[in-house]
Ligand binder design. Structure first.
Ligand SMILES: NC(=O)c1ccc[n+]([C@@H]2O[C@H](COP(=O)([O-])OP(=O)(O)OC[C@H]3O[C@@H](n4cnc5c(N)ncnc54)[C@H](O)[C@@H]3O)[C@@H](O)[C@H]2O)c1
Ligand SMILES: O=C1N[C@](c2ccsc2)(c2cccc(Nc3ccc(F)cc3)n2)CC(O)=C1Sc1ccccc1Cl
Length: 334
């Protein structure tokens, strides 16, 4: 580039304090590449590193993203390798690596295969980026976040799971659609265990600052208890519908993880439902377990967990999930 540009007089070296924000995505599959593409499009970092053992797929995905450079506002470095050295100095590491559930395979067996995979990748990631925030997306996400925390040795504020962030975004979309408002004006949380056993927090839903139950009364929108329950059921059914129709999910999880990455890397201190070390909250005392709670996120990871109001029933569901996860964890020998 010296042939094209000549330096002006008395230039100073670039400031050493300018932060080179780097994200690593582990697993260049459907989810990993949706996350990488969304992070790239939203111009969130200076470098994206991709890791995957499938060398051809990995290089192909990296090149395919690099070829989009002319359409992007800023130059983002894209690097990739099956050697974890490429991840060095990451600020945020997103783990989407995982074995796929074989037809008829039990969740415990899938879990054991993914735990074995984590035993090989988490130490490498921690070695090359000892100060990074570790975010797990691989399923079963709450248990694998616990496994990543135990194996990495990172403090619990720097280990989170995407948890019910996706569940919550689907929940807000459905509520907004039903109420004919913008999803960004719907304050609603799904918490607890990600997936089939998640818990929708009815009592704290508000639309434009108005608690939903009085919003519905004010708008004269007739509702029964089960209308709200049906919306939560549709969150779960929606996941299965997407899988049955396209075989995997990618875009929504890509956007939801990019939203978490923005909050973390820009120290926005926004509140997201993510899987955090829940011991000590809401009467969860039986052991170290990760469950999704509304958590404030920033540069250091989990800044704090909000003390959201839970009904007795919601509290009971959370504690039941904690017991289930603790029982599964006890069989892992970690
Ligand atoms: N938490 C959520 O809300 C949510 C949503 C969707 C998907 N998921 C989970 O995300 C995971 C990935 O889903 P997917 O559709 O991308 O699967 P996929 O099979 O398309 O991708 C998984 C990738 O992991 C790679 N991989 C395997 N072993 C690896 C290793 N040792 N190091 C690095 N990469 C490795 C594979 O080569 C593959 O490319 C699954 O566990 C899925 O259940 C979670
Ligand atoms: O949108 C998804 N797609 C997945 C998927 C993506 C590729 S293959 C399966 C999905 C879809 C449906 C069920 C299901 N169950 C599951 C549970 C534990 C596991 F270890 C793996 C998969 N997983 C993975 C996943 O977690 C989601 S979100 C999701 C799932 C079930 C209920 C509610 C929600 Cl919000």
């Amino acid at each position: 580039s010296q042939a094209f540009f000549r330096p002006i007089h008395n230039t100073a070296p670039p400031s050493q304090t300018n932060r080179h924000a780097k994200i690593t995505v582990v697993g260049a599959g459907n989810v990993g590449m949706a996350i990488a593409q969304t992070v790239l499009t939203q111009d969130l970092v200076d470098e994206i590193a991709l890791v995957d053992p499938m060398a051809d797929k990995l290089r192909g995905e990296m090149l395919d993203l690099q070829h989009a450079a002319a359409f992007l506002p800023r130059t983002t470095i894209l690097s990739s390798s099956s050697d974890y050295a490429v991840t060095s100095g990451s600020d945020l590491i997103v783990v989407t690596a995982g074995a796929r559930q074989n037809p008829g395979e039990s969740r415990l067996n899938l879990l054991q295969r993914n735990v074995a995979l984590f035993r090989s990748i988490i130490p490498e990631l921690a070695k090359h980026s000892p100060d990074a925030i570790l975010m797990v997306v691989s399923n079963p996400v709450d248990i694998l976040t616990y496994v990543a925390w135990k194996i990495s040795g990172f403090p619990p504020n720097r280990v989170i799971g995407s948890g019910t962030n996706l569940d919550t975004s689907r929940f807000r979309f459905l509520l907004a659609d039903h109420l004919e408002v913008n999803a960004q004006d719907v304050q609603a949380y799904v918490v607890g265990e990600h997936g089939d056993s998640s818990v929708a927090l009815w009592s704290s839903i508000s639309v434009g600052g108005v608690p939903i139950l009085s919003f519905l009364e004010r708008q004269q929108i007739p509702y029964e208890e089960e209308m709200l329950e049906n919306i939560h059921k549709t969150v779960v059914e929606g996941a299965y519908e997407v899988i049955n129709l396209k075989g995997y999910t990618s875009w929504a999880i890509g956007y939801s993880v990019a939203s978490l990455a923005r909050t973390l890397l820009r120290d926005q201190r926004r509140i997201h439902p993510v899987s955090v070390l829940a011991r000590g909250f809401y009467g969860i005392e039986g052991g170290d377990v990760f469950l999704s709670l509304p958590a404030q996120l920033g540069h250091g990871g989990v800044v704090g967990v909000t003390n959201v109001h839970l009904t007795d029933e919601e509290m009971q569901k959370l504690r039941a999930s904690a017991e289930t996860l603790l029982e599964l964890q006890s069989q892992l020998g970690i």
